[in-house]
Design a protein around this ligand. Sequence first.
Ligand code: NAD
Length: 254
Amino acid sequence: ATASTADVGAWLADSDRVTVLTGAGVSTGSGIPDFRGPQGVWTRDPGAAALFDFDVYRFDADARRRVWQMRRTNPALTARPNAAHLALTDLDRAGRLCAVITQNIDGLHQKAGTDPARVIEVHGTVHWVVCLSCGLRTPSPEVLERLEEESDPRCLACGGIQKTDTISFGQRLDPGVLRAAVAAAEECEVFVAAGTSLSVHPAAGLCDVAVDRGATLVVVNAEPTPYDAVADAVLRDPAETVLPELAGMALAAR
Ligand code: NAD
């Protein structure tokens, strides 16, 4: 992959069918650490990764208490969108995007003004809590404020274990959401993977879906990914710099 930022800008200028897959790296510029980057949550504390295992969460009350305590101060609840999110909103408003598929749970694409109907959250959202027994959904702030009195707040309807509406390891993705993501990968001409280590499946496999259908693959990531070798372009600068540059070129050309 030897294509330049200018080449990618030209590809984007030529297409009304762009699908973007985003990961934690588009939100580090908003003050939310990623998991696997140099300053990542798991790079600094490898033990924290176990808390993101679904069975650990379900069967270990101490793990749940630790997770709820982490949620209280989770920057994803209060962060503001950065230039990377806003650039994708510009492309969306210009009618260029099939979808933004995001592995992020922070809701920042919607906060930035990207049409919520075109944001596919494959790993769920931290802004809602769901009961694992009866499925009742509650806005996160309502559950988090109960943490003063309860360290493991149970469902007010049935007493079941509650969890933020996010996907842990060992937890099934929502089949309808996954289908929508696959469809968006299939229908695009250009597939941009931005700020993701492309190490979590099935999300990373969406690159294969797009390439198999003939799409051009662009990787925007600070570190190498397993898809760099098949990508048509690999851009290493920060997503909050690269995506505004690309959007600027794509929109100026028409
Ligand atoms: P990841 O931590 O595996 O990878 C992030 C990648 O982004 C790394 O390769 C890193 O080098 C790169 N990166 C960091 N800052 C960047 C920047 N400014 N510009 C360009 N690249 C940058 O994250 P992932 O691939 O999204 O997958 C891991 C899981 O982590 C996902 O399931 C996701 O749900 C979850 N996660 C989400 C958030 C969030 O919602 N903001 C934060 C942390 C983790």
